[in-house]
Design a protein around this ligand. Structure first.
Ligand SMILES: NC(=O)c1ccc[n+]([C@@H]2O[C@H](COP(=O)([O-])OP(=O)(O)OC[C@H]3O[C@@H](n4cnc5c(N)ncnc54)[C@H](OP(=O)(O)O)[C@@H]3O)[C@@H](O)[C@H]2O)c1
Length: 312
């Protein structure tokens, strides 16, 4: 099979197109003949070496967290899947990933593909969807009518947070660049603050803030919360915890590809609640270009998807 790989940490130039033997599923695993994979920021952070302290990689490393395809081989002791099933996969970041014509992974990392999604949308669903779901459903304590502020609403995670928040009956304010205001309102946000023109820090009385940005955005999010409000964050940037000073709680959402989260996200997509954004599709061989575009900045409105077949 063809796959993108890297054998040392570095710039996107370390990504090469290589040929590998097809992987063979072991007990509890399935092999998926992939149609498409999605670029995620963590793919670039792993490749650059920025996450060496957190993830131990074996080289050569095939990147890619998200993908979609068809099961074509099943290992021992796998239940609930058949050869020919169309599925989405959330690959383990430390193992061989989805920038390949095939991937093997534990069956618990696989869910049936929602039929209403295109192949590109299906490839872009799980990593941002699981992040949004764990932050909003398993980390925050929310009830219908609460006022939430979602930072980065035009990003892959933020856009699914907006969709999920509306589904939960929340009142949704979001931040993004001015050029993306119409996009996030179209996703269902009640109001959008263009962070390159206006200051979200003058807002007040939110029940919860969801932060995928960190740094200064994190620091300025405390005063917008009402007493007892919740600041939920995903980024790992160092920050000063001002929770006690403002009488709020601050919690890191611990993102993990649990079967419960994967199933919930797939079901929400099948129900038409979560529709992942796709900004471009490129052939697999152009993976380094996707990484360069991300690192150049300004990527928003969803994922770049890598397709394994020219006609996708
Ligand atoms: N801890 C975890 O396990 C975990 C899981 C998922 C994601 N993450 C992290 O969360 C971050 C977002 O992930 P993603 O996949 O959604 O990335 P993404 O698709 O690249 O989106 C990031 C968004 O941030 C927006 N943005 C940039 N600066 C901003 C600011 N100052 N205020 C508000 N919005 C701003 C951009 O929107 P504009 O173009 O409109 O500026 C962009 O759409 C990444 O750093 C990712 O690594 C962490």
């Amino acid at each position: 099979m063809k796959a993108i790989q890297y054998s040392r940490y570095g710039t996107p130039d370390v990504l090469d197109l290589a040929t590998h033997d097809d992987p063979v599923p072991g007990p509890g695993e399935v092999r998926i003949r992939l149609d498409a994979a999605a670029f995620s920021p963590i793919d670039a952070k792993l490749r650059s070496g920025a996450l060496q302290a957190h993830f131990s990689l074996t080289f050569p490393k095939i990147p890619g967290r998200d993908g979609t395809g068809v099961i074509d081989e099943i290992g021992a002791d796998v239940e609930g899947f058949s050869i020919g099933d169309r599925v989405c996969v959330a690959a383990d970041p430390t193992r061989s990933g989805t920038y390949a014509e095939a991937v093997v992974c534990a069956s618990q990392r696989v869910v049936k593909r929602p039929d209403n999604l295109s192949i590109a949308q299906a490839a872009a669903l799980l990593q941002p969807g699981v992040s949004a779901w764990i932050a909003m459903v398993r980390t925050a304590v929310l009830s219908a009518g609460m006022r939430v502020l979602i930072h980065g609403g035009s990003g892959a995670v933020g856009s699914q947070m907006i969709q999920l928040a509306r589904h939960l009956g929340l009142d949704v304010t979001t931040t993004c660049r001015a050029v993306n205001v119409d996009y996030v309102l179209g996703l269902g946000a009640h109001r959008a603050i263009a962070y390159d023109k206006d200051d979200f820090g003058t807002l007040r009385q939110f029940d919860a803030v969801f932060d995928v940005i960190g740094g200064d955005t994190h620091a300025r999010s405390y005063p917008v919360l009402k007493p007892g409000g919740q600041l939920i964050y995903l980024t790992a940037l160092p920050f000063r915890n001002d929770a006690d000073h403002y009488g709020v709680t601050v919690t890191r959402a611990t993102i993990s590809d649990t079967p419960e989260a994967l199933e919930a996200v797939a079901q929400l997509a099948a129900d038409g609640v979560l529709i992942p954004g796709v900004i471009d599709t490129l052939p697999l061989a152009f993976a380094a270009g996707a990484h360069r575009r991300y690192e150049a900045g300004g990527l928003s409105r969803g994922r770049i998807v890598l397709t394994m077949r020219e006609d996708e």
